[in-house]
Write a protein that binds this ligand. Structure first.
Ligand code: GAR
Length: 214
């Protein structure tokens, strides 16, 4: 399955996806193109260093969201992307974009959704005083961080944590989980039953707790 990876930032999740691909842990998924809405995103250098095709579709160059997304979809189509991974992509997608990849868009978000959607989730968690934070990988629907949850990992919040320290520890889990979910998607092992995502065992593998299947 050819993946288009959308990015806006540093690119540590993209690096995790690339490392998984390089070591055979992403197959049958492969990264076909990396698209950034920010020309200065560090993720672009990460992609180039790995020899991946990149495209910049700067949202500020477009009069409205529809035209921006039309250009995003064109960049993905140029590289025959069959599914989309949002790896730190900080723009909300419209129903038109979501409909172009039904149950084929996956986002990673640094909180245990439905807590703390939107921006700066680790800072929201620290400000709220929660004791457990984490990461959620989910299908994208037309809401903000509201789509069916594929997998989550919990991370304790330490008394000494500020938002940056908590985010760093969340990312350790995130960098394991996102490539595993991308692979399961490409293997056709993610089945959506209403809001519930069932993770099927790999062919030949024994049935096990869903958490063990990623
Ligand atoms: C990631 O932690 C991701 O979960 C978050 O942005 C970070 C990007 O880091 N995404 C969101 O907050 C989306 N609402 P990266 O550029 O190093 O992968």
């Amino acid at each position: 399955m050819r993946l288009g990876v959308l990015v806006s930032g540093r690119g540590s999740n993209l690096a995790a996806l690339l490392a998984a691909e390089a070591t055979g842990r992403l197959a049958p998924a492969e990264i076909a193109v990396v698209v950034s809405n920010r020309p200065d995103a560090g993720a672009l250098e990460v992609a180039r260093a790995a020899g991946k095709p990149v495209a910049v579709v700067d949202h500020r160059d477009f009069a409205d969201r529809d035209r921006f997304e039309h250009a995003l979809l064109a960049a993905l189509a140029t590289h025959d992307a069959e599914a989309v991974i949002l790896a730190g992509f900080m723009r909300v997608l419209t129903p038109t974009f979501v409909a172009a990849f039904p149950l084929r868009i996956v986002n990673t978000h640094p909180s245990l959704l439905p807590a703390f959607p939107g921006h700066d989730a680790p800072a929201q968690a620290v400000a709220h005083g929660v004791k457990v934070a984490g990461v959620t990988v989910h299908f994208v629907d037309t809401g903000v961080d509201t789509g069916p949850i594929i997998a989550q990992r919990a991370v304790p919040v330490l008394a000494t944590d500020d938002a940056a320290a908590l985010h760093r520890r969340i990312q350790v889990e995130e960098h394991r989980l996102l490539p595993a979910v991308a692979r399961a998607l490409a293997q056709g092992r993610l089945v959506c039953e209403g809001r519930t995502v069932v993770i099927r065992a790999a062919p030949g593998a024994a049935d096990a707790d869903a958490d063990q299947l990623l």
